[in-house]
Write a protein that binds this ligand. Sequence first.
Ligand code: FES
Length: 305
Amino acid sequence: MAQQAKTLSDLIEALPWLDKFAESTQNTTNAIFGKNNATQKVKDWLNGTPLMHRLHPALVAIPIGAWTTGLVLDLLETRAEKPAEWARSADAAVALGLIGAVPSILTGLADWTDTYDHQRRVGIAHSMVNGIALTFYGASLGLRRADRRGYARLCSAVGFGVMTLGGMLGGELVYTLGVNVPHITYPKPPNEFVDLLASADLKEDKPVVAEAGRVPVLLLRRGESVFAVQNWCPHAGGPLNEGEFDGDKVSCPWHGAKFCLSDGRPLQGPAATPLRTFEVREEAGRILVRPTDSARSWPPAPAPA
Ligand code: FES
C-alpha cells in the first residue's frame, strides 16, 4: 500500500470548517475589489502589478523585522542596568511592527483573493495565525502603556512564536502549493486509476516515465514492489528518472536532493517538500496508478472562468 509523507499544509486539509469561513471572506473581498475600476486599481497596486513585483513578500519584512528587534530589546531590558532606555526602544519596535502589519495584511488579502481550494484554505489559516500574532502584539503594546512590562514581554514572546508559525504557512503557500506560480508548472493528476503501460514494459530496476493526465509519473519495479512518484523534483523540477537509484531512494540529477520512493519524504536537501506518491495496481497485464492521497496538496488547476 503506497504511503504519502505529510506537509504542514496537508494537516490543514483536515480542517474542512475553514472552507466556509474562507468562502464567505473571499466573497466579501471579491465584492470590494471588484466593485468598480477604482477598487480594481487599488487591488492592482496591492498585488504589485504596476511594479511588476509582488508587494506582500517585501512588506512582511517590516513587522517581522520590527518584532524580532523588539524581542531582542525586551531581552536586553531584563539584563540592563538602565532598563528604561531599552524599554523605550522595545516599545517603539512593537509599535512599528503593528503599523507595518497593516500594508502586509492588505497586500496578503489581495493576493489571497485569487486563490482556490487547498491554497485558499491554507491561505486563510495563514492569515488567522498571523491575526492571533497581531492580537498578542496589540495586547503587548497596551500592557506596555500600562507599565505591566512582564506581561507585555510575555505577550510579545508568544506573538513572536505564533508569527513564526504564520511565516511557515506562508512558505508552504508559495513553495509547496505554488500560489502566484504559473499553474502550468503544477499540473494535477486525475483522482481515479489511470492505465499507464503494460506490466511487461516495466523491467526490474529500469525507471520508466509515463503520464497520468499531464503529470509525468516515475515508475520503478523493485522485486515485488512497484514505486510510483511524481517525476519532477519539488526543488526546481529536475527529472528524477535521470537521477541515481539506491534501494527505495532516488537522488535528483540537478542538485542532489534525495527522496524516499515509498512515501516521497525528502531525505536530503535542497528539497524540503515530499514527492507526491501514487497507488499502483497491476491487473490484466497493465499498470494503473492514482494519487495516494486523493490528490491532496496538489496545487489546484485554475478554476474555470
Ligand atoms: S531540482 Fe532537484 S535538487 Fe534541485
